[in-house]
Design a protein around this ligand. Structure first.
Ligand code: FEO
Length: 404
């Protein structure tokens, strides 16, 4: 790991986690994840910005020692209380007994609730500053990006923002800290996945944060996960801006469940027809096999969504139920949605899909188009209706914006 001073007076002291398999015990980490922590050194004070998961606290201490030797940070700035950043607060206090914990009122309520700590804290409000001597920390509250207490810390003298989860991505750092020093392409899909999995429910608040921070002069974005953004700031801002407005690219996701292959057969027919119609980005996911994490990522990315499932125990096939509940939870909007399904004696799956999507305001009550619902195996009529479904989807996806 490179502990260089990547911005004058600002040091990276975070850690890579390549052993945890599921982030939040939910989301796969094939490329690992970094817990980014930074030191800001002024002429009179030193601040540690964000911590790490408790499993990594000893490596954090070593990294801090590598930078400041026997000195101790004066402040721990808590931009976010989720335990991947704040789980080690008590241990950090044991390392540095005189450190002051800095957060807003909601932060300190959580510090008390999670860690039982009420002393050695400093409560700041929106716009407050801390002078470290030649460098200033200024705090901007950005609630619900991703928890109620989240805030960002801005260093005006370095045009640098410590953005918490915002603008972060999965993927451990591959040696370099700055985007300028590494191939960022592996991180871009991991940014879509991170946003859709972790932050996706809070698009309105991400938009508010982007608007609030846009007047600032920002040359470096230091998130809590992934590379520090410098060269690629416009690209990263654009991805977060578009995703948080539920803007999507031309393309169709077909997400289906299938117990014995009948529903899967219709999925293939639909995909083939979409391809014939000129749709180039088609993503097919078997919900029993593709982790939900990746399906959500594609649904946030592409405009068309076709969900297929068999009826199961008079309801919806469970992996597809999990998908539609995730869409409801995230209030995904602006998608062109169609459904298809199968049953053996009583049709329930598509009613359930529509019910959950309407509850989640993912679609208007009349917004699920041309449902193909077939009994037993798909016969000629079901195949023709599946082709019609694909044609209808292609017409709406390929139509000029606003015409569908
Ligand atoms: Fe990386 Fe919301 O914690």
């Amino acid at each position: 790991m490179n502990f260089k001073e990547f911005i004058p007076d600002i040091f990276y002291v975070g850690v890579n986690d390549r052993t945890t398999s599921l982030f939040e015990s939910l989301w796969p980490l094939p490329l690992g994840v970094s817990y980014n922590s930074y030191l800001v050194r002024g002429s009179s004070k030193i601040a540690l910005i964000d911590g790490v998961s408790i499993s990594e606290c000893e490596r954090l201490r070593q990294n801090i020692r590598n930078v400041i030797g026997a000195e101790a940070p004066d402040y721990l700035i808590i931009n976010h209380m989720e335990p991947d950043h704040s789980g080690a607060i008590q241990v950090i206090r044991s390392f540095f007994p005189h450190i002051t914990l800095v957060g807003n009122a909601k932060t300190l309520e959580m510090v008390k609730g999670f860690h039982g700590i009420t002393d050695g804290v400093l409560c700041i409000a929106d716009g407050d500053t801390l002078d470290l001597g030649g460098v200033t920390l200024r705090f901007h509250l950005t609630p619900m990006v991703h928890w109620p207490e989240t805030m960002v810390t801005y260093v005006p003298e370095r045009a640098t923002i410590f953005s918490g989860d915002a603008f972060g991505c999965f993927g451990a750092l591959n040696g370099a800290i700055l985007d300028s020093d590494t191939d960022v392409e592996p991180y871009i899909p991991e940014m879509y996945r991170y946003y859709s999995n972790i932050v996706g429910k809070y698009g309105t608040f991400v938009q508010k944060a982007i608007a609030k921070l846009s007047p600032l002069d920002i040359k470096y974005i230091c998130p809590t996960h992934g590379p520090v953004w410098h060269d690629h700031i416009p690209r990263v801002l654009s991805i977060y801006d578009r995703l948080s407005r539920f803007e999507a690219e031309e393309g169709v996701v077909i997400a289906y469940g299938s117990m014995y292959g009948n529903t899967a057969e219709v999925a293939e027919v639909i995909a083939s027809r979409l391809s014939e119609r000129g749709i180039r980005s088609i993503r097919i996911h078997d919900c029993s096999r593709t982790p939900l994490s990746y399906i959500l990522s594609d649904i946030f990315r592409y405009r068309g969504l076709i969900i297929g499932a068999p009826t199961y125990s008079n309801s919806l096939f469970p992996p597809v139920e999990a998908l539609v509940q995730a869409l409801k939870n995230r209030e995904v909007r602006g998608r062109v949605i169609s459904t298809f399904g199968s049953f053996t004696w009583a049709s329930q799956s598509m009613k359930r899909i529509s019910q959950v999507l309407v509850e989640g305001k993912n679609v208007d009550p009349e917004g699920v188009a041309i449902a193909v619902d077939f009994k037993h195996a798909p016969g000629d009529e079901a195949i023709q209706r599946a082709i019609a479904l694909a044609d209808d989807m292609a017409d709406r996806i390929l139509a000029p914006a606003g015409a569908s």
